[in-house]
Write a protein that binds this ligand. Sequence first.
Ligand SMILES: NC(=O)c1ccc[n+]([C@@H]2O[C@H](COP(=O)([O-])OP(=O)(O)OC[C@H]3O[C@@H](n4cnc5c(N)ncnc54)[C@H](OP(=O)(O)O)[C@@H]3O)[C@@H](O)[C@H]2O)c1
Length: 280
Amino acid sequence: MITGKTAVVGLIGNPVGHSLSPPMHNAAFEFLGLDYVYVPFQVENALIEDAIKGAPSLNIRGLNVTIPHKTSVLKYLTALDKPAELIGAVNTIKFDEKGSKGYNTDGIGAIRALEEVTPVKDKNVVMVGAGGAARAVAFQLMLSGVESLMIINRTPEKAQRLQQDIEMKLEVNISSGGLENLRSAVSNADILIDTTPRGMYPHADDHPVLSADMMHGDLVVNDLVYNPLETVLLKEAEKVGAKTVSGLKMLIYQGAEAFKIWTGKEAPVDVMERALLNVL
Ligand SMILES: NC(=O)c1ccc[n+]([C@@H]2O[C@H](COP(=O)([O-])OP(=O)(O)OC[C@H]3O[C@@H](n4cnc5c(N)ncnc54)[C@H](OP(=O)(O)O)[C@@H]3O)[C@@H](O)[C@H]2O)c1
């Protein structure tokens, strides 16, 4: 029951109506008996400063941040954690007496999802896509000590810009290229991560970025798309016996990290997963 003592956390974005975070976090609060509630707030671009500066006055304890505000919030925060600073984007904010600190848990969420199946340290990774999600995942892969990363994108210049941006900030083994490089890159890779929306509902029957004949059985294949749960890419991966990681796991673990930042408690990830499966 919501009372005068209930702690409020939530999500700012535009739109927010589609978000799966409210059921996921509210199920976790209820399971642990924490007096918290998670509320979505639709915030127009022009009002983002008001939202961030006004949140503490409403005693809001924390926020998730989604499109289109992940970078525009940066200048209104008093501190950033290392991944958020490197990535240049924030998906979680904690408000307390020290101020407003921004975090980026997207990349950590992706790594925790992969590490259910394989360690990432010293692995050779191929990542398809060079957008916002790719940026968060790429920086976190670097912080996690991968051996190498190749970024492949439909627009190769964008992959190259991401490569250069990472190289300016970290000393790492990284390369980039267009989709024509995918077959040879994957033949030497341990992990393939698809960060493009290919195969996402309502286009679940789209051709995947690569097919089974370009994969091998020792590969771990991670699709960030979580609707459908088993994408056409993951189906292709299973044909060659590759291990697969659904995008649902990243969604859960980025939420679990935010949950811990706000509450100081480990999130009940099984409860969060069940809540998501119920609404998907
Ligand atoms: N599981 C999770 O928790 C989670 C979290 C975040 C995002 N996601 C998912 O990740 C995906 C990407 O999100 P984002 O925010 O990074 O998007 P974004 O910034 O728009 O980037 C999309 C990337 O995908 C490429 N792309 C788009 N359509 C393509 C196609 N038909 N074929 C090949 N490449 C294509 C784009 O290439 P160009 O540069 O050539 O346009 C770009 O590099 C979405 O499906 C999103 O739902 C999942």
